[in-house]
Structure formats: C-alpha cells, structure tokens
Design a protein around this ligand. Structure first.
Ligand code: DP6
Length: 339
C-alpha cells in the first residue's frame, strides 16, 4: 500500500477559460490568481484491487463523488500503467464550507493530481515535474491545472508567453510581476450557495455552437497579451478594466448561448454596483470578477484591507446568503502533508 497527502489551493481566473477542444484543452489561453487560503486537502491510499476509486468527504463515504474521481484516474492510466488493478481510497476535505458555492474542482483535482504524482514517485522512483502534475490535474478539471502554481498561473499556448502550453499551466514569471500586483486579496461574496444552474462542463459545451465563440477566443487571447503588459507596468486602472470586462464577457456569453442562462442574481448586480460606486467615491481600487455563477469576487491590493473590509461589513455582507463571505490572500498554496 502507498499513501500520499497534499493541500492544493483554489484559483480565480482573470482572463477566463470558457470553451474547450479535444481532451480537456482550452479554446483560448487563461490566467489566474491562486487563492492560497481556500484549499482542498486530500489523502490517497492505494491497495491491490480492481481499479476502483472510493471517496470520503470529511470522513464520510460519498459514493456520488466516485465517478468524477474514477474518471480522473482512468484518464491518467495510459501514461501510468502502475494504476491498472489498483484501488484508490480518497479522503478529502475543503477548508471552505461545502455549501459556499465555491467550485472545489480546481483545488480538488489539483490535490488529487499532486497525490497521484507522489504515488507515482513511490511506485516508480521517478519524480514528475510540476508541468506533468499540472497536466494530470487538467485531465480532472481544466482550471485545476493552474492551481499548482502561485501567485499567477497561465494556461494555454500563447505567443506572448514563451513556454506556455495547452497541456499544462506555467507560472507567471515572478521577476516580471510589478510590485503593485504582489500582494492582493480576494473576498468572495457568497450570493448563492447551492448547485450551479449549469455545470462548467456543460457550460464549456455551449461554446461549440455559439455564434460569438470565435470572437470571444480572439478577445481572450488579445486580453492575455494586454494583461501581460499591465502586470509588468503596474497599471491598476487598466487591470481593473480588463478583469471586469472579462468577467462580464463570460456572463454575456452565457446569456446569448442556446440554451441561455442568467447566472447573476439581483444581489450579484447590487454588489457590483456598490463596489463601483465605492471605487468612484474613494479611489480605492476594488475589482470585481465572477466565475460561471452568482458569487462576486472582490479583488483588492492588501494595503487597502481596512477600507475593503469596511465596505464589505457595512454594505456588502447584507446582500450575501446568510451573510457569508470568504477571504483569501493571493499566493502559492501547495503543501505536501504528512500522510
Ligand atoms: C468560469 O475548469 O471548472 O471558472 O474543465 O470542465 O472542469 P472543466 O471546467 P472548469 O471551468 C472553469 C471555468 C471558469 C473560468 C476559469 O476558471 O478560467
């Protein structure tokens, strides 16, 4: 029997991955902030068996999670023959509430890939590079491939980013990151904690027959290049405009797909409006972004924590479901745990 355990953080995209080709390859390049304080911790035990995966969440057996985890291992098998005939018991825990509506697939599949990489080392003696771990995570969930790096990760081949690939993510070069973007925070305002109206896997599919897909992919790739210049120059105002436009484009794509979806709730819109009003009145650079759901991420430089918390507590919390919000600093967050 072999055992491995890892912590892997979640991430929030600044330029969004929305649309795929082939086996979990992105239709456009994307870039994300790693949410170091919102993470999954996973322990995997192997034993001789029939190649089955069993999942325990917070110590309780959860057969409904088996299929996704099984699919993860099945997709690794062509490159990892030792997995044939091996059973996997997977114990997993998110440090954010399960009911928060925060997608756990990025951190969950990232943690699983890190464990699988360590098990591979134990079985074969070969230490896999992080790019391979990232690629393994991608086979579980696209956005997961970005979670194994911080503070910023790039996924998708793009001429402006040498070494970038559709197969795996790479870190944004630390020496190129302007001081203005080195210490940021994310406050996730929980507007809706239930299941998403549309899973991201189904959401990506909508792009296959979307009338604006080609224009969206071209815009995202152009934004990747523009954002590189912004991250190097430290232009926070340009960062704000680009990141917010990306989030609203993702939602606009959902609104004009067939079938169409309206993923924001009235409270999401009100939070965005209040953040924009506050920014205009105070000059404090709070930046909103969203995943494919109703929750609003409020990004801001750490130096404005007091002002941001004041707005959150006095004005935004009342719009959140049960007053729930989650906070994280941006940074690296992979930790190998004592199994
Ligand atoms: C809107 O990575 O969850 O969060 O590859 O099907 O697992 P699958 O999709 P997933 O899609 C995330 C989409 C997004 C944008 C992003 O994270 O880039």
């Amino acid at each position: 029997m072999h055992v491995a355990a890892f912590r892997c953080p979640s991430n929030i995209a600044l330029v969004k991955y929305w649309g795929k080709k082939g086996l979990q390859l992105p239709a456009n390049a994307s870039i994300s902030f790693t949410l170091r304080d919102l993470y999954t911790e996973t322990r995997v035990e192997t034993s001789k068996g029939e190649g089955r995966a069993e999942v325990y969440v917070d110590g309780v057996r959860q057969p409904s999670f088996d299929a996704k985890v099984q699919a993860f291992f099945d997709r690794q098998k062509p490159a990892m023959t030792w997995m044939d005939g091996v059973d996997f018991r997977v114990y997993t825990h998110n440090n954010f509430p399960h009911s928060s509506g925060i997608a756990s697939s990025a951190s969950g599949m990232g943690a699983l890939a890190l464990c699988a990489g360590e098990l591979h080392r134990q079985v074969s003696g070969e230490m896999l590079p992080t790019t391979t771990i990232s690629s393994m995570a991608r086979l579980g969930s696209g956005s997961a491939c970005r979670s194994v790096y911080g503070p910023l990760a790039i996924w998708g081949e793009h001429p402006a980013y040498p070494g970038s690939s559709d197969q795996f993510a790479v870190p944004f070069p630390e020496q190129e990151l302007h001081e203005n973007f080195r210490q940021w925070e994310d406050a996730v305002m929980i507007v809706e904690s239930g299941r998403k109206a549309v899973s991201s896997t189904a959401g990506h599919k909508l792009l296959d027959a979307h009338p604006y897909a080609a224009a969206r992919y071209a815009t995202a790739n152009a934004n990747m290049e523009q954002l590189q210049g912004i991250l190097r120059s430290g232009d926070v105002a340009a960062f704000t405009a680009l990141v917010e436009s990306e989030a609203l484009q993702l939602h606009a794509m959902m609104m004009c797909s067939m079938p169409y979806y309206l993923l924001m709730k009235p409270a999401s819109l009100e939070i965005i409006r209040r953040v924009w009003d506050f920014r205009e009145q105070t000059g404090v650079p709070l930046v909103i972004t969203l995943d494919a759901g109703a929750n609003v991420h409020v990004l801001y430089p750490a130096q404005f924590k007091t002002q941001a918390e004041e707005l959150i507590n006095n004005s935004l919390v009342s719009l959140c479901e049960n007053g729930q919000y989650l906070c994280s600093s941006i940074g690296e967050g992979v930790v190998q745990l004592n199994p």
